[in-house]
Design a protein around this ligand. Structure first.
Ligand SMILES: Cc1cc2nc3c(=O)[nH]c(=O)nc-3n(C[C@H](O)[C@H](O)[C@H](O)COP(=O)(O)O)c2cc1C
Length: 156
């Protein structure tokens, strides 16, 4: 194997960020997200995938990172899931480091307070329909920060 193919090979770190629309009845959302997370933690751990799932305003925004092959096979399985629709890949490719190394999958359902913070940070409404890749990753990183602080507060 040449050095080049090792660098771009299926075992190197990749990240994929996508957005999709929820297709879940509102009353079932919490239970369904719990179920998604349970399956995600179990499956993702086995193939070294980490990431974050943001659940907000009728949308899912998810980052998956890990070996390229594992990211693609996981994303293909997720695409078949009837609990969402209209998936749109916002960013996909090699990554230099894991941004969500702490979680095989972590879901954050934004509260109104979180929402207010995010809106203040971005100075405007977040429009998931036109969100770009860099913006999406930035948003997920802000959520990662909120999530870490919430966990610290809980264990303090
Ligand atoms: C928005 C969304 C995100 C998901 N993320 C993951 C994930 O990161 N990993 C995973 O294994 N399954 C994920 N799933 C669930 C898969 O679609 C599928 O139900 C699950 O992998 C099946 O696992 P099982 O065969 O072990 O029951 C997600 C589903 C949805 C709707």
């Amino acid at each position: 194997m040449s050095a080049n193919s090792a660098i771009s090979g299926s075992r190197t770190l990749h990240r994929l960020v996508y957005a999709s629309r929820q297709a879940i009845e509102p009353v079932r959302l919490n239970a369904q997200v719990d179920e998604i997370i349970r399956a995600s933690i179990r499956n993702n751990r086995a193939v070294a995938i980490t990431g974050l799932l943001l659940v907000h305003d009728g949308w899912f925004l998810q980052a998956l990172e890990g070996p390229a092959e594992a990211v693609m096979s996981t994303y293909r399985r997720i695409l078949d899931d009837p609990r969402h629709k209209e998936p749109r890949v916002l960013q996909a490719g090699p990554a230099t480091m894991r941004e969500f190394a702490n979680w095989n999958m972590c879901a954050r359902r934004m509260s109104d307070a979180d929402d207010a913070i995010l809106k203040t940070l971005s100075q405007r409404e977040i429009d998931f329909a036109v969100l770009g890749g860099d913006q999406a990753l930035k948003l997920l990183k802000v959520v990662r920060g909120i999530q870490s602080r919430t966990e610290l507060a809980r264990t303090a």
